[in-house]
Design a binder for this molecule. Structure first.
Ligand SMILES: [Zn+2]
Length: 459
């Protein structure tokens, strides 16, 4: 079986919108602008109406758009021409292009891609080729990177009825990096590896958005020169192998006659979405001049350190294990706390930052997003000055999750003197170290590490 698999990855950037100055934020509070539109397809460069566009047109729907006067503007409404491309987004695209070993174009020409499902108020999506012909190294050899484009995200679908669709303009115009790999992927597990690796490269730039919906993967799959099928809408990378295997079986049962786009369902099966768009959907954006990529601009682009490399550095420098180091690279607080509390062990700080919250979530099912950097700092300051015990650190973090104020009076360590511990040893002769620990801790509510220190000295 001659299997061809390629990936298309879309990642939102954490900058302003691509062609205006609006913030790239999604909102769920009430909107204050409502627009109604009907869309018509435009004949493309090759003199024909695109198949995918016609498919949508035949549905004959009208569209409603929700917008916010304080976070969207006339560009999203298609009532004003696009502004110059946002510099930070372009810089991020160039960084990513360098990470993926691609050739960067000499001049950026923004194109219009016909989109007639209403998700763009203009009836097209703006997209610009940034780089091409690159590669990444993987466990199963090189995988080519065919192209990297910078494009605007579509509006967000809010609801759909038989004859209308409602979209929200908050997402429209958020910069998206689109990475297309060559069909070099060997099998379904390899597809997951490639998607994970490219995701890690993207996050290494520090200019990508995080969280559900900010990265989307599409898979292109064809068997033995049959038409190409595009699978859209992966929610998480873990299901990639399963979806691919199911799709191969489906295609072997029922060879595809025409290329098509299919939606991935939560149960890993797929359903027909629309015909594959053709080349006729692209034409140049007449409102924007081409942008030359000068040596001056390229010289200012720094290739970021990869998250995997950062993790290895942390592991070595602070004697951590690789699991915790991988979790720590995304945590900006760790290095600050290591500096602030030189007497506390880096491993303890790392555990407190990334493992303790996980544990709290797992054990008590609490909302750990309530724990902010200032809470970690305050609680660790008490522990550092020996006002509370190690155990109390977790207890106080739980209090924060429960919306309680940080109150250490409950957890205050009392003092225990050498004299008192000596007395316990004399009263209970020939016991083990652990037995003495138990006796002392039963009698005094104190920091166990302090007790251990004194016991070691006395025994
Ligand atoms: Zn705007």
């Amino acid at each position: 079986m001659d299997l061809k698999i390629g990936l298309e990855i879309h990642q939102q950037l954490n900058t302003k919108k691509l062609f205006c100055n609006c913030p790239s934020i999604l909102r769920d509070d009430p909107h204050d602008i409502t627009l109604k539109r009907r869309l018509k397809p435009v004949v493309g460069e090759l003199g024909e109406i695109d198949k995918a566009a016609l498919h949508e047109l035949e549905k004959g729907k009208h569209f409603t758009y929700q917008a916010y006067s304080d976070s969207t503007c006339l560009v999203e409404q298609d009532s004003e021409p696009p502004h110059l491309i946002t510099k930070d987004a372009l810089k991020a695209a160039l960084e990513i292009s360098l990470l993926l070993n691609t050739k960067i174009v000499d001049e950026i020409q923004v194109m219009r891609k016909t989109v007639i499902d209403g998700s763009n108020t203009s009836g097209f999506q703006r997209t610009a080729l940034i780089a091409y012909n690159g590669y990444i190294k993987t466990s199963k050899g090189r995988v080519g990177i065919e192209s990297i484009s910078l494009e605007e995200d579509a509006a967000r679908k809010i609801k759909e009825t038989k004859d209308s669709v409602t979209y929200r303009l908050d997402r429209l115009g958020i910069p998206l990096i689109e990475i297309t790999t060559a069909p070099d992927i060997k099998d379904s597990e390899h597809a997951k590896e490639v998607a994970e690796y490219i995701g890690m490269l993207l996050r290494s730039t520090d200019k990508t958005k995080r969280g559900i919906g900010t990265i989307r993967q599409d898979i292109n799959l064809s068997i033995s020169n049959n038409p190409r099928i595009e699978l859209k809408g992966f929610q998480n990378l873990r299901i990639i192998p399963k979806v691919i295997e199911k799709e191969i079986k489906r295609q072997l049962r029922n060879f595809p006659k025409k290329p098509e786009v299919r939606r991935v369902n939560p149960d890993t099966s797929t359903t027909f979405l629309r015909p594959m768009p053709g080349a006729s959907r692209m034409y140049p954006e007449s409102d924007l001049e081409p942008i030359p990529i000068t040596k001056y601009l390229l010289d200012k682009i720094k290739i970021p350190e990869l998250l995997t490399e950062k993790a290895i550095k942390l592991e070595k420098e602070y004697k951590l294990n690789s699991e915790i180091s991988k979790l720590l690279v995304k945590n900006n607080l760790f290095l600050k706390l290591v500096k602030k509390f030189p007497n506390l062990k880096p491993l303890f700080l790392a555990q407190t930052l990334v493992l303790t919250p996980k544990e709290i979530k797992k054990r008590y099912n609490l909302n750990i997003s309530k724990i902010k950097p200032k809470h970690f700092e305050e609680i660790l300051t008490y522990y550092n000055s020996k006002k509370i015990s190690k155990e109390a650190v977790q207890e106080l973090l739980i209090d924060v999750c429960n919306n309680k104020k940080i109150n250490i009076s409950k957890y205050k360590t009392s003092e225990v003197s050498e004299k008192e511990i000596k007395k316990i040893i004399i009263e209970n002769k020939n016991l083990s170290f652990n037995a003495y620990m138990g006796l002392v801790l039963k009698k005094y509510k104190v920091d166990p590490s302090e007790v251990a220190k004194i016991l070691k000295k006395l025994l």
